[in-house]
Ligand binder design. Structure first.
Ligand code: DX5
Ligand code: ZN
Length: 240
């Protein structure tokens, strides 16, 4: 699986979102949009109307990360609006199978996010419904937090689980061969931490401060990609 970079507009200038999206258009794969409702997390950002506006102006596909209390009710609309990927939190969803299926039915990739303290093993049975697992490497809610190394073992365990499914030899033993589930990391991903994430098994990298806090966001995104690609080439999990 190729490395993918998803710059988070949480660290961009909210008054100039279209320009900020354009700044990374050539260098990134996705535009990560953090929807926060001030209930699931103690911060309030933006919602569907802003995503709909961005969809009209951004060339990159939108990677919606919903940090909201009631994703079962609100997530499908983000997919129906045209987002390329919609991720809900395992800690918030009450009917994740129904919601993940509704996201896919609306034409988006379905994502399941886990907070740093939430174990992946509990959600293994949901993987058939999921196109991407997002492992938070900070507590969700704010940009520019310190990367939590404690999540690295979970990234390794998740990668092992996904590899097992792809080959059909995983613990569950019923993985759909050939369908790749992506493994995204989000929070504190920078030139100091991205190699650790890639070596542990991540292949989609969200970066807010490390991209939009840089003088040249496109260059920062390209540098992160190169670093992640080098680390992936060294990683045992990627060599099969
Ligand atoms: C945090 C958000 C992240 C945030 C990451 O809850 O989910 O996407 O933008 O920001 P950095 O890369 O600055 O840690
Ligand atoms: Zn995010």
């Amino acid at each position: 699986m190729a490395v993918q970079i998803s710059p988070s507009i949480l660290s961009a200038d909210f008054a100039r979102l279209a320009e900020e999206a354009k700044a990374v258009e050539e260098a990134a794969d996705w535009l990560h949009v953090d929807v926060m409702d001030n209930h699931f997390v103690p911060n309030l950002t933006l919602g569907l109307p802003v995503v709909q506006a961005l969809l009209k102006h951004a060339a990159l596909p939108i990677d919606c990360h919903l940090m909201i209390e009631d994703p079962d009710r609100y997530a499908p609309a983000y997919a129906e609006a045209g987002s390329g990927s919609v991720t809900i939190h395992a800690e918030a969803a009450k009917a994740p199978v129904r919601t993940l299926r509704a996201i896919r039915a609306a034409g988006a990739r379905s994502g399941l996010a886990l907070n740093p303290g939430t174990a992946i093993e509990f959600y293994e049975d949901l993987l058939d419904e999921v196109d991407m697992v997002l492992l938070m490497t900070v507590e969700p809610g704010f940009g520019a937090q310190k990367f939590l190394d404690m999540v690295l073992p979970k990234i390794r365990r998740t990668r092992a689980m996904l590899t097992g499914r792809n080959t059909g030899h995983g613990p569950a033993g019923h993985g759909e061969k050939g369908r790749e589930i992506w493994l995204q990391v989000d929070g504190g991903v920078s030139d100091e931490t991205i190699e650790r994430c890639a070596e542990a098994g991540a292949d989609v990298f969200v970066a807010g401060t490390a991209v939009y806090g840089a003088q040249d966001p496109a260059r920062a995104a390209r540098d992160l990609r190169e670093q992640a690609e080098r680390a992936t080439a060294r990683a045992a999990w990627a060599r099969g």
